[in-house]
Design a protein around this ligand. Structure first.
Ligand code: BGC
Length: 764
């Protein structure tokens, strides 16, 4: 049996415990401690505070570094690191200032938000999670590490592991969706991919797991908003991916902007010390998010000096861009509000990170301009980005097998997402070179060359209101067409008229999602809705290619459009990857990792919810008085977690358990036969869920516990086996003890979280 997916994941997981972050042995650790102690003995208070300071980089002009603000501050020993500068040469110059001009020559940490790739851009993280391809996701981080390290960067502000159930929140694009188990497996894979086995290798970089914690639960999906949640929910549903990243050895953690129990995360001692360090044994350093010590003042707590004191005492080691540590801690020390030991603890953690990265041995190890020319945006990296992009697309609907489209006749591409290179890569593509990437039109043209004709019309703007459009096309991603909506539509109709089939490239712009991109309406914007309706009215077959950085609301489309392919933002190679899938060179296999709501009023809607005392009676769509349901909408999302179609079909049969009893140290084998019942090869993601029927606290109606990806030829059957152990049944109880409680359980297996076969067993 060919075993991919989870087996690979398990092997890698087993490897994780072997993973050695230098210093691996007690003697290497003693050597590091001695080196750092000797260095710290030479440092002035100001130099120590300098190490805790992470200012923005400004715009450094090559050859002028020493004259820049940051260059001057580095020379004075006031800077521990900086971030988001691109170019090995520039970075080399800045590092040279640190090494040669500052009194002690301590090298800088150079960070960047490499969230889903450097110049080779992978699909946005939400899309990447829809591949359920853990080895592939790890490889994407590996490639990103390779490229960024060639570009002078040694520290990435990734992975972003915030669980979110609220697609109004634009930052869902940066995470892995709604599920704590899948989120944890991905978090570990990303950390391993970035850091490798030995952080001091020249192509490994330090991960920064963010945003600790609970940022994805911002109320009403409004960015930076309040979070308030029970410890039970934190430990079971939101903490697991952060903990998984810590267990995998993440070198650093970024605190979040939000409140946790009324106290901003950055100065929350319970969070940063009791949980992160004492309970989880985190050994790296904590950096704040951008300016967040300063924002404590705005949250309405204390002044900047007091916020800096409380942040340091809580366990924050590095201050990103608030200048609270460097600006106020000296005075606070003189006033006896903090101790030298508290400062030293933070300084030691920063120096340890630099030591582990090998920067003291060779501060210029990442500044190899030859590698920068050779290792970035290579054909191999691009091929992997293209492959992963094809795996990330989710086929939501495909009436009468409209997709794939044959490469013949006249094919019309219509829609505002059709011909914009800058819109392809997706949010947080800091190092992207958009001009190197194809627009969808260019990708389709290349795929059709000599076989079929591609016609094109823009069809509409993103929004009728230019102000709304401007808010979604920031950072120079402007794509406004000066023509009126009527002119655009008339042109589209002309093109549609000539075509045999229409591909409607519509949806969100890349910057409609991401940081500070919350939306309250998740349906297609006005002008695009009109365009889609007009295209459908022609009677020609229409395929909707939906660009989105989050789950959007497609309820109208699900009813009226025959085929919908959700392509998210697929990265630098997205155009070719879309062509691969649309024309059938690759069958789609992505599955949703976040529920697609029926409407915004359902949010938060997620598969692993509690039952309530009055659940809706199943298989009865009607409104049920005095039951937990809506008068005007179903409880279920439009498309559930785990859902996605293929160009072939799969049948699940012969589900068995080898026992219906499990002992405290036993296991149960669950097997199911999966058959490819269609007429082409396809990849299926087989999912296993568990329900704890009765707990000492309420338990979710199902929770993902295993999955396996399997590729089947037409007619082929494979038996998929999962081993379920008491570890899979554990959860944090009311006292926050991690336990498996004896009693009745159900194991469910199937193609998505809604279509499951179920068998019972008992834990003795
Ligand atoms: C974001 C972080 C990011 C940081 C540095 C902040 O605004 O919240 O995710 O890493 O900026 O760019």
């Amino acid at each position: 049996m060919k075993r991919t997916g989870i087996l690979t994941a398990t092997l890698i997981l087993a490897g994780a415990s072997l993973q050695a972050i230098v210093p691996a042995t007690p003697s290497e650790k003693a050597k590091m401690d001695k080196f750092i102690s000797e260095l710290m003995a030479k440092m002035t208070l100001e130099e120590k505070l300098g190490q805790l300071n992470l200012p923005p980089s400004d715009d450094i002009v090559t050859g002028q570094t020493i004259n820049s603000n940051i260059g001057a501050a580095v020379a004075r020993g006031e800077v521990g690191g900086t971030f988001n500068i691109k170019g090995a040469q520039k970075i080399h110059e800045l590092q040279k200032v640190a090494v040669e001009k500052s009194r002690l020559g301590i090298p800088l940490l150079i960070g960047m938000d490499v969230i889903h790739g450097y110049e080779t851009v992978f699909p946005i993280p939400l899309a990447l999670s829809c591949t359920w391809d853990i080895a592939g996701i790890e490889n994407s981080a590996r490639i990103a590490a390779n490229e960024m390290s060639a570009g002078g960067i040694c520290w990435t502000f990734s992975p972003m592991v915030d669980i979110s159930r609220d697609p109004r929140w634009g930052r869902m694009s940066e995470g892995s969706g709604e599920d704590p188990y899948l989120g944890s497996v991905i978090a570990e894979a990303m950390v391993r991919g970035y850091q490798g086995k030995d952080l001091s290798a020249k192509d490994n970089v330090m991960a920064c797991t963010k945003h600790f914690a609970l940022y994805g639960a911002s109320e009403a999906g409004r960015d930076y908003n309040t979070v308030d949640m029970s410890r039970y929910r934190m430990y079971n549903e939101y903490f697991p991916p952060y903990k998984a990243a810590v267990d995998a050895g993440t070198g650093s953690v970024m605190s979040s902007f939000n409140l946790v129990d009324g106290i901003p995360a950055t100065e929350n001692k319970w969070l940063l010390s009791d949980v992160l360090r004492d309970q989880w044994n985190f050994g790296g350093f904590v950096v704040t998010d951008y300016g967040s010590i300063g924002e404590i003042v705005v949250h309405g707590l204390e002044s900047l000096p007091e916020a800096s004191v409380r942040s340091l005492k809580a366990g924050t080691d590095m201050d990103m861009c608030a200048f609270g540590f460097i600006g106020t801690l000296k005075k606070s020390l003189e006033e006896g509000k903090i101790t030298m030991a508290e400062i030293d603890t933070a300084v030691r953690r920063i120096l340890e990170a630099k030591y582990k990265l090998g920067l003291f041995e060779n501060p210029y190890k990442y500044n190899d301009v030859k590698r920068e020319k050779k290792d970035i945006y290579t054909p191999e990296h691009r091929a992997e980005a293209r492959r992963l992009a094809t795996e990330s697309f989710v086929l939501l609907k495909n009436e009468n097998n409209l997709l794939p489209i044959e490469k013949k006749g006249k094919i019309a591409l219509i829609g505002p997402m059709g011909d914009s290179r800058k819109n392809m890569a997706g949010t947080w593509s800091v190092a992207a070179v958009h001009d190197n990437y194809k627009s969808l039109k260019e990708g389709l043209e290349d795929a059709l060359k000599g076989k079929a004709e591609l016609l094109y019309a823009k069809g509409s703007n993103l929004y009728a209101d230019p102000k709304l459009e401007a808010a979604c096309t920031v950072f120079g991603h402007d794509m406004r067409d000066p023509r009126s909506e009527e002119e655009l539509l008339a042109e589209a109709l002309k093109v549609a008229d000539e075509a045999d089939v229409i591909l409607a490239a519509i949806g969100e712009a890349s910057e409609s999602a991401g940081e500070s991109s919350s939306r309250t309406e998740l349906t297609l914007p006005d002008t695009q809705q009109r365009l889609l309706e007009t295209l459908l009215a022609t009677g020609k077959p229409v395929v909707m290619i939906n660009f989105s950085g989050r789950p959007t609301v497609l309820t109208w489309e699900a009813e009226h459009v025959p085929a919908i392919l959700n392509v998210w933002f697929g990265g630098s190679e997205a155009a070719d990857a879309i062509a691969d899938v649309v024309f059938g060179d690759v069958s789609p296999s992505g599955k949703l990792t976040a529920s697609m709501p029926y409407n915004v009023g359902q949010i938060p809607v997620y598969y692993n919810h509690f039952n309530t005392g009055r659940p809706k009676i199943e298989n009865n769509p009607d409104f049920q008085k005095y039951r937990s349901n809506y008068i005007d909408a179903p409880n279920e999302p439009l498309y559930p977690f785990g859902y996605g179609l293929s160009y072939t079909t799969f049948d699940y049969n012969g589900f068995t358990l080898d026992s219906n009893e499990m002992t405290a140290d036993g296991k149960i084998k669950a097997s199911i036969n999966v058959t490819n019942t269609g007429n082409r090869e396809g990849r299926e993601i087989v999912q296993l869920y568990i329900r704890d029927i009765q707990g000492s606290v309420a338990r979710p109606i199902k929770e993902l516990k295993h999955f396996e990806s399997v590729t089947l030829a037409p007619g082929e059957t494979k038996t998929i086996e999962f081993t379920v152990t008491p570890d899979d049944l554990k959860f944090y109880n009311y006292d926050l003890d991690f336990v498996a409680e004896p009693g009745e359980f159900q194991i469910m297996v199937g193609p998505d979280s809604r279509n499951l076969q179920s068998l019972p067993f008992t834990l003795k």
